[in-house]
Design a protein around this ligand. Structure first.
Ligand code: IPE
Ligand code: IPE
Ligand code: MG
Length: 242
């Protein structure tokens, strides 16, 4: 897939965000972690709404990782409830605002009700094209590549694919992100400078931006500033320029 998709303003066409820091935001206020998750969920609308003006065609957000099941049962249950409520509450606005929503990650561990809400939202927004919002839910980069390898192995076993055809392009077609260009920019909030298993394969040449702001405090204004800074970066994709 194209690695250097940039919009006409020279900004990144595909931005991926690791929305981190909800727990600490709540803790600073002496509130339970879920209070922070609710505040974080509210931020998403503002960031999605800012995308068209900023030239961002694809926005991919990390909502729940394959490792987040390690949290307490009550936090996990609260998050799953929040995801269900979020889809129910936001569906109409997303449909009307021209946002195409898709989910990446393994749905097998998610409850039926949530999966059916996800399926319905994907269907209801399938003809939208203003902004492509991809929500990573029970997503992990290693898990995704492992599932892709399994799918490929099955195709080979069934004689539909030859091992000689297995290259980077073929593998990309088996990933959850098969419909997405690679991210140009990955932003992580909350001051942590790590990837935490997000878009491992796809971010091979992405630029990274780590900001201290906790996710519930992240504004469209800050988002715009980061994107403005991106324009000045020279991306070489491995080539020499001098
Ligand atoms: C990110 O915020 C949201 C999820 C992982 C679901 P955290 O919950 O990781 O917040 P911190 O890192 O504990 O502050
Ligand atoms: C990454 O944040 C996952 C999401 C933002 C959904 P985490 O808070 O789970 O990552 P670690 O544990 O700090 O690496
Ligand atoms: Mg965190």
């Amino acid at each position: 897939m194209a690695k250097d998709v940039t919009d006409s303003k020279g900004g990144p066409a595909h931005v991926a965000i690791i929305m981190d820091g909800n727990g600490r935001w709540a803790q600073q206020r002496g509130r339970p972690r879920l209070f922070g998750h609710h505040a974080g969920a509210k931020r998403v609308r503002e960031i999605v709404a800012a995308c068209p003006d900023l030239g961002v065609k694809y926005l991919t957000i990390f909502a729940f990782s394959t490792e987040n099941w390690k949290r307490t049962q009550s936090e996990v249950a609260g998050l799953m409830r929040l995801f269900r409520r979020y889809i129910e509450r936001e569906a109409m606005a997303l449909i009307e605002d021209g946002v195409r929503v898709r989910f990446i990650g393994d749905r097998i561990k998610l409850d039926e009700k949530l999966v059916s809400l996800m399926d319905n939202l994907e269907l209801a927004t399938a003809h939208n094209d203003k902004v492509h919002l991809t929500i990573a839910l029970n997503y992990g980069g290693r898990d995704e590549v492992t599932r892709a390898a399994q799918l490929m192995a099955l195709e080979i076993e069934q004689g539909r694919l030859s091992h000689k055809e297995v290259d980077a392009e073929t593998l990309s077609r088996f990933l959850d992100t098969r419909f997405l260009p690679d991210p140009d920019l990955v932003i992580r909030t909350s001051g942590e400078a790590r990837i935490s298993n997000f878009l491992l394969w796809q971010s091979a040449y992405a630029e990274y931006e780590f900001v201290d702001t906790l996710w519930p405090d992240f504004t469209a204004g800050e988002f715009g500033e980061i994107l403005a800074g991106f324009g000045g970066r020279e991306r070489r994709f491995g080539a020499a320029t001098v």
